[in-house]
Design a protein around this ligand. Structure first.
Ligand code: AMP
Length: 194
């Protein structure tokens, strides 16, 4: 299983990525989680990334692409992965394609966790109150959504054109979304065997 999960901030794709990775024994690569780990560990990368993250801006592509490369390269063919939060723009998607072709690997699927703008605004406002993430203040939320629309949403068409995109309805319960994901995973297994 080599999947990308795509979706706006607050779509629940992180939760789904974790479940999928557990169920299918594949690696969960969340660039947001990795970056937060780098920041709290006080590493050089963390120091470079922090101001972008706090502002809700994208961390420069090269830092992110190198960070992913360091994790994908040693995995080889045996380990599958779920990419969560990467790629986030077409330059990163091109870099990923290049990286995977060098490693002789290919993507199985890109799954969009589809949630309306209205629902996202509601969820993120709730998360800002509950979790107090530095990047969940109202202003930063609005900015992150804007960045998603401008930079990341074009990836929907990018992967649709490449015949890789599937959509799940992200406005259901966590278990129902997970069920749709598993149906996609099974469909893939059947077509591979058939
Ligand atoms: P997330 O947890 O996925 O919402 O990511 C939190 C923050 O980390 C984002 O707002 C960005 O500042 C940064 N980040 C995560 N993934 C990427 C990426 N692929 N490219 C650039 N910045 C990223």
């Amino acid at each position: 299983m080599r999947w990308i999960l795509l979706g706006p901030p607050g779509s629940g794709k992180g939760t789904q990525a974790k479940k999928l990775a557990d169920n299918h024994h594949v690696a969960h690569l969340s660039t947001g989680d990795i970056l937060r780990g780098e920041v709290s560990g006080g590493t050089e990368l963390g120091k470079q990334a922090k101001s972008y993250m706090d502002a809700g801006d994208m961390v420069p592509d090269q830092l992110i692409v190198d960070m992913i490369r360091r994790r994908l390269e040693p995995m080889g063919h045996k380990t599958g992965f779920i990419l969560d939060g990467f790629p986030r723009n077409t330059a990163q998607a091109d870099a990923l394609a290049q990286m995977l072709s060098e490693l002789n690997l290919s993507l199985d699927r890109v799954v969009l966790v589809d949630v309306s703008d209205k629902e996202i605004a509601k969820r993120l406002a709730g998360r800002a109150r509950l979790e107090r993430r530095a990047d969940d203040s109202d202003q930063v939320i609005a900015h992150r959504l804007e960045v998603y629309r401008k930079q990341t949403a074009p990836l929907i068409e990018y992967y649709e054109c490449r015949g890789l995109l599937a959509r799940v309805n992200g406005e259901q319960s966590i278990d129902a979304v997970c069920g749709e994901m598993e149906t996609l995973a099974t469909a893939r297994a059947v077509s591979r065997n058939g």
